[in-house]
Design a binder for this molecule. Structure first.
Ligand code: ATP
Length: 355
């Protein structure tokens, strides 16, 4: 398996891009560790598939280089890059048996038949299709077919990386969960470098070591699920991760004082903000305390979501979401305070650090 370096990658589909807006990928520059499980997460059209296709070699970037373990592979084909891919729809041979489907990539590479047999049988056990080896692929269910697609990636134990493009979209919700945990187990066991495209945040968060959040042709943050939740580096990440997303309140910053409408909060640090920048305070609904002390709010709506309630309120001219326990009381004259350690400050959408 390989370490992947993406060096100043930019891509425009048209012949002559006229402005930044014509680039599907604006500037991607990152190193992904050997054996890491990366989930590419972002809304439709943000550039996930474009980036995946550039890594696999299906697409040549307009600018930049791709390196596997330090070797420039930008000009190489998918096959030369030695990459396995699992797509949304399983790519298998319907008329072949499960066994032959898995043997195919090895026979293609002239692996000796005894070795083929050993690896195919191992893989069949791994993907949980023992007893199905002689079954024709067309007689299998959608999730069994997708297991074969996955198996075809795993059977070749020499690949540099396995790339997944929304592989569980066509799988029913229960099987999705089963396949996801199986994949996670296999990754732990074999440590292959894995890049997994999804627009489902639950899928990304439960399964990846590192989530790569994309927005408008850029990577806006790479982090663990906890980092994305606690310290979103961009307002988009705050809003996209979590349900409901982070509250973003227009704020004026003066030293360590943050003004929100007529209320002020004092931080234990001074965010460094350039003059004229648009500044916001970000606070997750889970870290807003509703009680009898603090800043006034007007409660507009309460949604019961089982173990918790989501209170929608008006604060400083904006709508704010507050998560309260199911038995949490909503006072007649409600007020709010923010957990100071959970406050993030943003200038022109980017998080301002403490340093
Ligand atoms: P989705 O989740 O819907 O698959 P995505 O994040 O994978 O979206 P891409 O498919 O990479 O996004 O698309 C990024 C941008 O590039 C979009 O604006 C899309 O319209 C554009 N695009 C993608 N493929 C092509 C193409 N073959 N020709 C022209 N433009 C394209």
């Amino acid at each position: 398996m390989a370490r992947i370096n993406l060096e100043h990658i930019r891509h425009a589909y048209g012949e002559k891009p006229k402005s930044e807006a014509d680039y599907a990928l604006k500037e991607v520059h990152h190193e992904w560790n050997d054996g890491g499980a990366y989930a590419l997460l972002g809304p439709s059209g943000c550039g996930k598939t474009t980036l995946l296709n550039i890594i696999s070699g299906l697409l040549q970037p307009s600018e930049g280089r791709i390196l596997f373990d330090g070797r420039d592979v930008t000009e190489l084909s998918t096959q030369q890059r030695n990459i396995a891919q699992v797509f949304q729809f399983p790519v298998i041979y319907d008329t072949m048996t499960v066994y032959d489907n898995l043997a195919f990539p090895l026979r293609n590479r002239h692996v000796p038949e005894a070795e083929v047999d050993r690896r195919v049988r191992e893989t069949i056990d791994m993907i949980g299709l023992s007893g199905w080896a002689d079954r024709k692929a067309r007689r299998l269910t959608a999730d069994q077919k997708q297991k074969i697609s996955l198996g075809r990636g795993l059977v070749r134990n020499d690949v540099n990386a396995i790339l997944f493009d929304e592989p569980l979209t066509v799988i029913d919700p229960h099987m999705k969960w089963v396949l996801r945990s199986q994949l996670k187990k296999l990754h732990r066991q074999f440590g292959f470098t894995m890049v997994y495209v999804t627009h489902d945040q639950t899928e990304a968060l439960t399964f990846a070591d590192k989530v790569v959040v994309m927005y408008d042709g850029q990577i806006v943050q790479i982090g663990t699920p906890a980092e994305l939740f606690e310290r979103p580096s961009h307002t988009f990440v705050g809003y996209f991760i979590g349900s409901p997303g982070m509250n973003l309140l227009p704020a004026r910053i003066d030293g360590s004082t943050v003004s929100l409408g007529t209320d002020t909060i004092t931080l234990d640090y001074q965010p460094k903000v350039a003059a004229g920048a648009r500044t916001e305070l970000g606070i997750r609904p889970e870290f807003v305390r509703l009680g009898r002390e603090g800043m006034h709010v007007h409660v507009r709506k309460v949604e019961d979501i089982g173990r918790q309630k989501i209170v929608r309120a008006e604060f400083a001219g904006k709508s704010i979401a507050i998560v309260v326990p199911e038995d949490g009381e909503i006072p007649a004259e409600p007020r709010i305070t923010f957990d100071p350690s959970a406050i993030n400050i943003y200038a022109d959408s980017w998080r301002v650090g403490r340093e």
